[in-house]
Design a protein around this ligand. Structure first.
Ligand code: TXA
Ligand code: MG
Length: 321
């Protein structure tokens, strides 16, 4: 039973946002659960709807670079260089915040996370709005992020939220997060790689995925992006042996290897990280819907091209149940 209305009507979405209501919106990464960045009551609803702890800061989505200075101050040149290269796109920048930016957005920190998402409908909406929209992924806290309007409707069916339908997300995993408030540091891997950023900035950048300003920041929190079914990540060389000793379990498999057992949903994984990432969350949701006791996932190569995917899989498999 879904109470959500799914639409492609931008005017309707804008009216909802202006009225202080939430709108789930498409991006190239995952769907966001949006509220007007200046409406504290609406932002409180985002946390309540997701079941997300209030100290987890939110990303501000904007529709044009002109709005960057409205939300951030002391903006380094590096930010403009990266914005010129990657925006609209799956790169979030952490910058010093302007005084007026609500503490509920920033988790009471002096910094704010900002990006211009690359999706035609959402860009149009943001440009017409001329304001920021805060939006975490539009799923219940800790669950698999949604990459379609249908996923959002499944997750948030208890809430009467308008869902702006922009089709399936083309990137499929959350944006890369780069902290520019000191030495440039990656805080979350994503589609835009360390190397791409280094090429633009012409400098070495650090990677610190443990950064934790508020004790438990979402995305550094381990039990994240997790299906209900237990996910087990198994190295390629151990996969066949692992499966052989699972005879009393019901399970499904996502792997590059040929099936070695009958009567099991054994999905062939994509060879390239772009396709793998785009389908990852939909695949995890499908495996989850089979209601087996385990989802066996073959560990991808330990190569930088797979870093964002390995990160999401580790989180999906780290749930202590
Ligand atoms: O691709 C994405 O980034 C998607 C789409 C909807 O834009 N959004 C998303 O939001 O993944 P969420 O809330 O699931 O993740 C936001 C991440 C969290 O890891 C949060 O800790 C980090 O951004 N973040 C936000 N503001 C921050 C800040 N001021 N300092 C450090 N981290 C921050
Ligand atoms: Mg999320």
């Amino acid at each position: 039973m879904h109470n959500n209305k799914i639409t492609t009507d931008i005017a309707l979405a804008l009216a909802e946002l202006q009225a202080g209501n939430l709108v789930a919106f498409p991006t190239e990464t995952v769907y966001g659960l949006g509220a007007l960045a200046t409406n504290i009551t609406a932002i409180e609803k985002v946390f309540a709807t997701k079941g997300r702890p209030q100290n987890h800061p939110l990303i501000v989505h904007i529709g044009s670079k002109d709005l960057l200075a409205r939300f951030a101050r002391d903006i380094p040149n590096a930010a403009y260089k990266l914005a010129d290269t990657f925006w609209p796109g799956p790169l979030t920048l952490i910058l010093r915040k302007q005084e007026h930016v609500l503490p509920i957005i920033t988790g009471n920190q002096d910094t704010v996370a900002i990006r211009i998402p690359n999706h035609p409908i959402t860009l149009k909406m943001l440009q017409q709005l001329g304001n920021g929209i805060v939006g975490p992924s539009a799923n219940k806290y800790g669950r698999v992020s949604p990459t379609s309007a249908k996923h959002v409707a499944e997750d948030l069916h208890d809430n009467e939220i308008l869902i702006l339908d922009g089709g399936a997300a083309i990137v499929g995993i959350e944006s890369t997060i780069l902290d520019l408030t000191s030495t440039p540091t990656i805080r979350r891997h994503g589609h835009i790689s360390v190397v791409q950023i280094e090429n633009v900035l012409q400098t070495h950048i650090q990677v610190d995925l443990t950064f934790n300003p508020n004790a438990s920041v979402s995305g550094t929190h381990l039990a994240h992006y997790a299906p209900n079914t237990t996910v087990v990540l198994v190295p390629p060389a151990e996969l066949q042996d692992y499966i052989q000793q699972l005879n009393h379990h019901q399970f499904s498999v996502l792997s590059w290897q040929e099936p070695s057992i009958n009567n099991v949903y054994w999905q062939q994984a994509f060879d390239n990280p772009e396709d793998y990432a785009r389908e990852l969350y939909a695949n995890l949701r499908h495996h989850d819907s089979l209601q087996n006791s385990l989802i066996i996932v073959e560990m991808p190569p330990l190569d930088i091209a797979w870093a964002a995917i390995v990160d999401r899989l580790k989180r999906a498999s780290s749930k202590s149940k």
